[in-house]
Structures are given as structure tokens and as C-alpha cells.
Ligand binder design. Structure first.
Ligand SMILES: [Zn+2]
Length: 190
């Protein structure tokens, strides 16, 4: 499989419990990162290890309780290309509505364990931000990877994918979650 990006050294990080829907850190915008150093690198290491431990394809910092604008990903697109990396302070490009194609596919989230719902999203996304050293990066995705880039940026803006569902589908997703015990460690809500 073709890999675009740099695979992390997973010997460095440790698994952190994942926050779930209802935890305030998931429901408000995260803060812009302004310091690029050892602390940020350690956070990114933990995020990769936590994502892999939970079999996720993307993870935002607030999903381990850190309100900073950072997400990591290791996600395939629909053409068999695997994308791996980190984006700090991500901003999605606005797409020309005339050229936008929506793809309605199943989506899930480690912070809504066990639930899946169909959600329409543009099948193409561009995210601009920085890497762990503060260098500008542009990440472009199609298909499932475009969905991932939008989903993770949503997280850092304080939104879960279930916030984009109809009332009924949202309720159904929460019911699916209630019926299942997550197979990874979560941070209980008070
Ligand atoms: Zn998520």
C-alpha cells in the first residue's frame, strides 16, 4: 500500500483514556497552539498510540482531554493510499459549492463508541495548518480520507459528527452507544 506521510515512532507515547460525548472538552472550540516543542511532540506521541490502541483512523487532542488544536490520522482513502500525519491549527478550505460532490457513507467516532450513522459530506477536503515543528502544511484528501479530515477538524471546533445528524439519527447513535461497552479505555463523564 502506498503511504503518504511519516509513520510515527510508537515506542514513545502512552495510551490515554478517550473522552466521550457529554464531556465539555468535546463541545467547545479548542485553543490555537502557539508553542511548538517537546510538550507538543509528547502530546502527538500519546495521540498516535491512543488512536492505534483504539483502532481509530483519526484522533483530535480533545478526545484525550487536551483542548489544543491538534489532530493525528492514519487513514486510507478510496484509492488504497494510506495517509499518516498530524495537523496543528487545522483550517478547512471553503469549497466552491458548484463543484462540491457529497458522499453519503457511514461514519463513526471513538468518542461515540459503538455507534455508526450515514452522513453526507463533501468527497474532497483540503486542510491547512502546521506540522509539529510549526512548518506550514497542506493536506488534501478524497473519499474516506476527506471525511476523516473534516471529522477531525470538526472535533477541534467543538463538534461531533452526531451534531450533524437529524434529531432522530442522533438519538439512534446515542442508543447504539448506550448498548455497547467500548473495547478501549474511556474517561467516564461525571
Ligand atoms: Zn471523532
Amino acid at each position: 500500500m502506498t503511504v503518504i506521510g511519516e509513520e510515527p515512532d510508537t515506542s514513545r507515547g502512552s495510551v490515554r483514556p478517550i473522552t466521550v460525548v457529554g464531556n465539555p472538552v468535546l463541545h467547545r472550540p479548542c485553543e490555537t497552539v502557539s508553542e511548538f516543542g517537546a510538550e507538543l511532540s509528547a502530546l502527538i506521541d500519546d495521540m498516535f498510540v491512543t488512536m492505534y490502541g483504539a483502532d481509530g483512523v483519526g484522533l483530535a487532542a480533545n478526545q484525550i482531554g487536551v483542548a489544543q488544536r491538534v489532530f493525528v490520522y492514519d487513514c486510507p482513502d478510496d484509492d488504497g493510499v494510506r495517509h499518516v500525519g498530524v495537523v496543528v491549527n487545522p483550517v478547512l478550505d471553503e469549497l466552491d459549492p458548484a463543484r462540491r460532490t457529497l458522499d453519503e457513507s457511514a461514519e463513526g467516532c471513538l468518542s461515540v463508541p459503538g455507534a455508526y450513522a450515514d452522513l453526507a459530506r463533501p468527497d474532497y477536503a483540503v486542510v491547512r495548518g502546521q506540522d509539529k515543528d510549526g512548518q506550514d502544511v497542506v493536506v488534501e484528501g478524497t473519499g474516506f480520507f476527506a471525511r476523516c479530515l473534516q471529522h477531525e477538524t470538526d472535533h477541534l471546533n467543538g463538534y461531533l459528527y452526531i451534531d450533524r445528524l437529524s434529531k432522530r439519527d442522533r438519538k439512534d447513535a446515542l442508543r447504539q452507544m448506550a448498548e455497547l461497552t467500548p473495547r478501549y479505555e474511556v474517561q467516564p463523564n461525571d
